[in-house]
Structures are given as structure tokens and as C-alpha cells.
Design a protein around this ligand. Structure first.
Ligand SMILES: CC(C)(COP(=O)(O)OP(=O)(O)OC[C@H]1O[C@@H](n2cnc3c(N)ncnc32)[C@H](O)[C@@H]1OP(=O)(O)O)[C@@H](O)C(=O)NCCC(=O)NCCS
Length: 206
């Protein structure tokens, strides 16, 4: 957002203490450790999933997760077509599977059963933005299990994490044609603002 600039800038009063800069939110990983973000979620047909922070050992599961995604879901998440090869490059996945204080991902893990192996069903990511008090989020759920509440559960936990990090706004960009995501965001009370280039910005005060 562009700040309003007045032609008459107030003079600096050097005798007064310099006001403290607005502090940015504490680190994401540090806040997540305090929250102990690990819980189960029951979903239709698959039973219990584990919602937990992503970890480096998830790289092979992430490759499999990406194999399952449709072109449409990829485009909805990244706003461009990315090949499977590009999405599953080791360098990229190594970065994505390591949480830090600027970017933090939660996964929904299916523990596996007699019929299907252990797998990642969804990923939700919270990232710092240029605004020290606003965090950005994005969600990606495996096509075959969309519409079972996994995306909503991830958003809910990311909101909890963003609050714990003392961000005061959660924001995201969504394709204007992505009715599912806009529906889910509205359900959580996000405002939806139309932008250029076929995108909407969703915002939630925390
Ligand atoms: C958008 C996305 C994250 C939602 O996750 P999900 O696990 O499928 O969502 P949920 O199951 O939690 O919620 C789906 C809700 O949307 C509703 N919905 C589904 N399709 C809809 C449509 N076309 N219009 C309106 N609502 C719709 C469902 O009825 C459900 O509502 P309910 O909880 O009241 O029944 C998931 O579809 C996805 O990963 N899409 C591809 C990537 C993407 O678009 N990411 C978002 C941009 S970052």
C-alpha cells in the first residue's frame, strides 16, 4: 500500500527521544517450537492425519506429493505452470523442507495403512513479508483429498502460529477464479480485495 506523503514534512525535534522502530514479529520457528504444533485431524476415508511442521526427512514424501498434483492445482498455488522436475529438484525441496524464522510450513501427513503408503496430503506455509507485522500464507492440498477439511485445518493452524508470532495481519494472493480458496478464506473471515492480473488479495486482521 502506498503511504500518503504530505508536502510539509514535520521538522525533527532533536531534543526528544527517537521513537523506537516498530519491532517485527518474533521468529516463526522459535514461536512454533513454543506452540508444539503437532495434532491429529480426522478426515473422511483416511482416518487420522498428523498435522506437524515440515522436516528435512520429508523430501522423498514431498516428491511423491508433487507427483499427485494436477496442473490446475499447481497453477492455483504458484500462478504459473511448473514442471514436476522443476518442483522436485533437490535444491528446491531441501529449502522447502527446512523451516526457519522467516518461512514455516506445516504438513498434513497420512501415516499409511494396508492399502496406501505414508504420504503428505497437504502443505501450508507462512512467510514473512516486507511489512514486519504482516505474514503471507499459501496452501496446497493433494487433489484426491481436497474438500475434506485439510486446507481449512492448515489455515487455522497457520493463523494460530501467525498470532503467536505477533503478526497483526495475515495476507495471501489467490487467483480470482479460485472459488474454493476464496470460499475457504471468506469462511475464516478474510476480506477479499480484487487486484490486477486476475488475482485477489485476502487479508485477515489477527
Ligand atoms: C484451495 C484448497 C487449499 C482448499 O483446501 P481443501 O482441503 O480442499 O479445502 P477444505 O476441504 O478445507 O474446504 C473446502 C470448502 O470449500 C467448499 N468448496 C469447494 N468447492 C467450492 C466451489 N467451487 N465454490 C465454493 N465453495 C467450494 C467446500 O464445500 C468446503 O466447504 P465446507 O467446509 O463448508 O464444506 C485446495 O483445494 C488446494 O490445494 N487447491 C490447489 C492450490 C490452491 O488453490 N491453493 C490456494 C492458493 S495459495
Amino acid at each position: 500500500m502506498t503511504a500518503l506523503v504530505t508536502s510539509q514534512q514535520p521538522k525533527l525535534d532533536m531534543s526528544r527521544p527517537i521513537p523506537k522502530k516498530t519491532t517485527s514479529a518474533p521468529g516463526l520457528s522459535a514461536a512454533a517450537r513454543r506452540l508444539r504444533l503437532k495434532e491429529t485431524l480426522r478426515v473422511r476415508d483416511y482416518g487420522k492425519l498428523l498435522l506437524r511442521p515440515i522436516k528435512p526427512e520429508d523430501e522423498p514424501l514431498m516428491v511423491e506429493f508433487h507427483r499427485t498434483l494436477s496442473e490446475e492445482s499447481i497453477y492455483s498455488r504458484y500462478f504459473e505452470h511448473m514442471t514436476l522436475e522443476c518442483r522436485t529438484k533437490h535444491d528446491r525441496l531441501a529449502r522447502i523442507c527446512a523451516n526457519d524464522d522467516d518461512s514455516f510450513a506445516l504438513v498434513a501427513e497420512f501415516p499409511g495403512n494396508a492399502d496406501a503408503p505414508r504420504a503428505i496430503f497437504g502443505v501450508g506455509r507462512l512467510s514473512r513479508t516486507d511489512d514486519p507485522l504482516a505474514a503471507d500464507f499459501a496452501i496446497l492440498v493433494k487433489d484426491a483429498v481436497q474438500g475434506r477439511g485439510i486446507g481449512s485445518a492448515l489455515i487455522k493452524r497457520l493463523m494460530t502460529l501467525a498470532r503467536a508470532c505477533k503478526f497483526n495481519r495475515l495476507t495471501g494472493e489467490v487467483l480470482v477464479t479460485n472459488h474454493e480458496m476464496i470460499y475457504v478464506c471468506r469462511h475464516f473471515g478474510f476480506s477479499v480485495q480484487h487486484m490486477q492480473d486476475g488475482l485477489v488479495q485476502v487479508n485477515h486482521d489477527l
